[in-house]
Design a protein around this ligand. Structure first.
Ligand SMILES: Cc1cc2nc3c(=O)[nH]c(=O)nc-3n(C[C@H](O)[C@H](O)[C@H](O)COP(=O)(O)OP(=O)(O)OC[C@H]3O[C@@H](n4cnc5c(N)ncnc54)[C@H](O)[C@@H]3O)c2cc1C
Length: 494
């Protein structure tokens, strides 16, 4: 197939995906390859994407990014998890934290222990066994060498792209401003060059498509095809709007379910990101806008705008000499803030497999397999939130409750319902506890659980559970307030 050495990489698009790719390539492979990024101010970026998940910190450490500098530049705050409201039933609330929960044994994870406790009258919620959930509940946070709090960030997406641009250009990346008008191909369909409106020709050996929903290279040029997941995730629209803060930033996202979708609330240092994700079959754009505006606090800072999308993925993420990253590769709604990390993982995967001496079909197949496994695990986790509901108050929720789901997810739900068993597939982004918190939180009560803890005496079991809760409570007690910690932590050093 392809035998040419790869010396010149061209990134098409400068949204978060383009600049994440640029930062990683320029930092890690900048001495081996030339990297150019083309973006068009005329087209702009999607400009949303403000909540993240903890593995982002691993990516930042790979780049050698200083956390305080990054937080100052992006007006970031810390995120300990997500507060879900009205998902199981109207009036319900549960928390999906990032940290470990309780302490299990070699044979059975903590949820089995917890269920034994419940059967013997210990009724404290599952979240009381998780430091991150309790810290979030009290609006507390600190990073330190002595606590092992697991966290991610809320950040300003536009500032993050600017930050990564500066980072990349300092490491030799060449940025070209201009609109791509035409994509030139070789006889074997490989991409040869991007032709800009100005007439400039940008040739390359390997192209990374970060052109967002337009998918200029992977779809418009290579016509790879799209796998549509609307049947399982029927929301197809979003309206973001920014508001002024009305109180100190809390260390978590709030996702509140409405009659045909849900609303996010993401607190940053300087403002709040809000938005409504909804299904246009069950809610009109006007109703969605009214629902959103009725449920926000604080003065609006931007005009609400409607974004339309189709949930799913490209049939392949890598085809010929083109790799799609970000929205060009597919989209799963931001309920668990997974998009940014999906393309961070994508670029790391590409760098690990980098085809210095030429592209071969095995490499492409392996890259695609890993990327598809990863996004399908995310897809199943998101469907879980919708499907496992007892809401019956609208057509939308009745649809979600009764729709068919992927076999891979139905197997997981049945395993949990039957015996409280939770397991991870290869290339899962979330921990076991994430699945457990969401399944408990949405109201699943397993029919049985592992018997290993039944040999413990009541007093021993109760004392053990009480000890976990009180240890967490005493750590939380000593933590500073989140907003104060952020202010102190982000103060510029003179
Ligand atoms: C409503 C919503 C909320 C989201 N929330 C989250 C979240 O909380 N957490 C999370 O992880 N992710 C979230 N995401 C996803 C996240 O926003 C995106 O994954 C991320 O912004 C990456 O976008 P992108 O860079 O792929 O595309 P874009 O931001 O659309 O960038 C596309 C780039 O391509 C350029 N381009 C396009 N066509 C041309 C052309 N012809 N010539 C030159 N340049 C061109 C544009 O100028 C732009 O620079 C959300 C997405 C949506 C829609």
């Amino acid at each position: 197939m392809h035998s040419n050495k790869i010396k010149k990489v061209v990134i098409a698009g400068g949204g978060t995906a383009g600049w994440v790719a640029a930062a990683a390539l320029s930092k890690q492979l900048g001495k081996l390859i030339d990297v150019t990024l083309v973006e068009s101010d005329q087209i702009g970026t999607v400009g949303v994407g403000e909540a993240t998940i903890p593995p982002m910190r691993v990516f930042h450490s790979l780049l050698g990014i200083d956390e305080q500098e990054f937080m100052r530049a992006t007006e970031a705050t810390f995120k300990l998890g997500i507060s879900f409201k009205n998902w199981g039933q109207i009036g319900d609330q549960y928390f999906h934290p990032f940290g470990t929960t309780g302490q299990g044994s070699f044979l059975a994870e903590f949820q089995h222990f917890y269920l034994h406790g419940k059967s013997r009258g210990v009724n404290s919620p599952f979240s009381e066994y998780c430091l991150e959930a309790q810290a979030a509940k009290s609006n507390k946070f600190a990073t330190s060498k002595t606590n092992s709090i697991n966290y991610a960030y809320h950040l300003d997406a536009t500032r993050y792209a600017h930050y990564l641009r500066k980072f990349s250009e300092a490491r030799g990346l060449v940025r070209i401003e201009g609109k791509i008008q035409h994509v030139q191909q070789h006889a074997n369909n490989d991409i040869k060059a991007l032709i800009l409106e100005s007439g400039q020709i940008i040739e390359g050996d390997l192209f990374i498509d970060c052109t967002g929903f337009l998918a200029l290279l992977i779809e418009k040029t290579l016509k790879i095809g799209y796998e549509d997941w609307t049947h399982w995730l029927p929301c197809d629209s979003a309206i973001p709007v920014q508001t002024a803060s009305v109180g100190p930033a809390v260390p978590y996202v709030t996702c509140t379910a409405h009659s045909a979708g849900w609303q996010w609330h993401i607190p940053l240092q300087h403002r709040v990101g809000n938005g409504l994700v909804y299904c246009s079959e069950f809610m009109s754009d006007d109703d969605a806008k009214q629902t959103l505006l009725k449920n926000i606090n604080g003065k609006t800072l931007t005009e609400p705008r409607t974004i339309k999308y189709k949930t799913g993925r490209r049939k392949a993420f890598w085809s010929n000499n083109c790799i799609a990253l970000g929205l060009s590769s597919g989209f799963v709604e931001p309920l668990e803030s997974t998009s940014i990390y999906l393309f961070m993982n994508g670029i790391v995967r590409l760098m690990k497999m980098f085809p210095f001496n030429g592209i071969n079909p095995e490499l492409i197949a392996e890259y695609n397999k890993q990327s598809i496994d990863e996004i399908e695990n995310v897809r199943d986790f998101i469907i879980l939130h919708y499907h496992v509901t007892t809401r019956d108050d609208s057509e939308f929720w009745r649809y979600c409750k009764n729709m068919s789901i992927p076999d891979s997810l139905s197997h997981r739900i049945e395993m949990f319902k039957e015996n409280a068993t939770v397991f991870l597939n290869d290339r899962e982004m979330f921990r076991l506890e994430s699945w457990t918190h969401v399944m408990f939180g949405q109201g699943i009560t397993p029919r049985s659980y592992h018997a290993i803890f039944s040999t413990m005496a009541d007093t021993e079991l109760t004392a053990h559970l009480a000890n976990i809760r009180s240890t967490i409570a005493s750590v939380v007690n000593k933590l500073p307030n989140h907003a104060e910690f952020v202010q102190h932590y982000c103060k510029a050093v003179e």
